[in-house]
Design a protein around this ligand. Structure first.
Ligand code: FCB
Length: 456
């Protein structure tokens, strides 16, 4: 189908997303405290090749150039996260004025250039001082997070109107407190369920605080979502797919919508009740102005007797002979369409914004250019699916590419490149990829996928 930006309507929000730990660097300057990712990478050395985000894209010092690039690419909305330990080095208590000043400079520059800033409060970098007290497994995190939220709302709420409470709670509690592959590297069902329940409380509580303190706010929170298909039509595989879907796609969304945890389809979740206090069921619910959908791929799920708790496993893309990215994620554009339809089927979801979508490919600089045609096709095909859903009445009102710059990709380090802009991590040189130009032309409504003009 041929389409242009106009088909989405004037109100539709086009944007790009980043996260503090992945781009800022300057992990120990100007009064910043350590976060769990500083510890995980520097002390526990848990990242591929012992890499860390100490410097990363050096965005802390180069934000002017980076935001100017967003301007040159004509991207009208910029979603970024604030580093909790840059603002509150101990996680709670004394405010670090240099941290506030940094984000004020970022916000002011965006506004000066006509770019709407969207703040994510939590994109996975918990202050290490709070992890020392149990981090997300300690119920006190609800108070710590509430104070941090109020602090950001008070300092930035006069100029920032779009707020996102949490980034993908399933990923940071699952990878960080169950599998131990993300910071803080904890494992086990008990750690996971405690962290998950407290995160679910925080997502609703954070929403309430922002709505109360920020005049005219639009508040939302994000969820990872991958469409899930069973490996076969065998009943065992179908049951396994349903359980994984409840865990990965519904566990945080449904309590927010007042439906409670999806225990009916995943019995093990009953154990989360151990961490619930009277009144929690109500406290988990909040009517967000929008729901952020983050989609990259689909998953194929197979029954697996040996996998504890869920008795299911994911069959990775390389075992299925399908097109895949360097993350070993299948390229499957209908996944975003299915995700949108699914979110839309909940009457309590008012509006959906795709807050992340993108892909990592092997981007090589050849004669000073990166001709990342695979990424252009990926973005084109996914945006097309968004339009398809929108035309069918889905309440989707925005689309943000992940991400502006190649950066520190969590446990994988710097190898997967997701950016619209190539970064040479030795020299910090930025080169806009062909996909960046494509996105610019699409947003400017000048061109389609066949237009690759490398000049900014
Ligand atoms: C999402 C994260 C984001 C980035 C992309 C590839 O799960 O929110 O920080 O790592 O995946």
């Amino acid at each position: 189908m041929q389409f242009t930006k106009e088909d989405f309507g004037q109100e539709f929000k086009w944007g790009v997303s980043t996260a503090a730990y992945q781009i800022e660097g300057s992990h120990d300057v100007d009064g910043k405290g350590f976060s769990i990712w500083d510890t995980f990478s520097n002390k526990l050395k848990r990242i591929a090749g012992n890499q860390n985000g100490n410097i990363s894209c050096d965005h802390y010092n180069r934000y002017t150039g980076d935001i100017t690039l967003i301007y040159k690419l004509s991207i009208p909305n910029y979603r970024f996260s604030v580093s909790w330990s840059r603002i509150l080095p101990q996680g709670t208590g004394a405010v670090n004025q240099s941290g506030i000043d940094f984000y004020n400079r970022k916000i002011d520059l965006c506004l000066e250039l006509g770019i709407e800033p969207w703040i994510t409060l939590y994109h996975w970098d918990l202050p290490e001082a709070l992890q020392q007290k149990g981090g997300w497994t300690n119920r006190e995190v609800v108070t710590w997070f509430s104070n941090f939220t109020a602090c950001c709302a008070e300092h930035f709420g006069d100029r920032v109107k779009h707020w996102i409470i949490l980034n993908e709670p399933m990923v940071f509690t699952g990878a960080g407190y169950f599998l131990g592959v993300h910071a803080p590297g904890k494992k086990g069902l008990s750690n996971f369920l405690a962290a998950a329940h407290h995160a679910a409380l925080c997502q609703a509580e954070g929403g309430r605080i922002v709505r109360e303190l920020v005049y005219d706010s639009k508040v939302g929170t994000t969820f990872s979502y991958s469409h899930i298909d069973p490996f076969s039509q065998d009943e065992k595989d179908i049951r396994a797919a349903k359980k994984v879907d409840a865990l990965l796609n519904r566990m945080f969304l449904e309590p927010l919508l007042g439906m409670g945890y999806p225990i009916g389809d995943l019995k093990i979740l009953k154990r989360i009740e151990k961490f619930m206090l009277p009144g929690d069921a109500e406290m988990l619910a909040f009517d967000m102005d929008f729901i952020g959908l983050q989609n990259y791929t689909r998953e194929i799920v197979k029954h697996s007797f040996f996998t504890p708790f869920v008795k299911a496993r994911i069959v990775k893309a390389d075992q299925r002979d399908v097109e895949r990215t360097v993350m070993n994620w299948e390229v499957y554009p209908p996944s975003i369409y299915n995700a949108l339809k699914r979110f839309n089927s909940y009457p309590a979801v008012k509006e959906i914004i795709v807050t992340e979508n993108g892909a990592a490919f092997q981007d090589l600089i050849v004669a000073g250019e990166v001709r990342d045609t695979q990424r252009i096709k990926f973005l084109h095909d996914h945006i097309e699916q968004v339009l398809l859903a929108k035309k069918e009445g889905v309440r989707v009102m925005g689309y943000f590419v992940w991400t502006l710059l190649d950066n520190f990709e969590w446990a994988e380090g710097f190898y997967p490149r997701f950016g619209l802009v190539h970064v040479d991590f030795e020299t910090q040189k930025r080169v806009v990829k062909a996909s960046g130009i494509w996105y610019r032309d699409f947003i400017r409504c000048k061109g389609r996928e066949d237009i690759i003009d490398h000049k900014l």
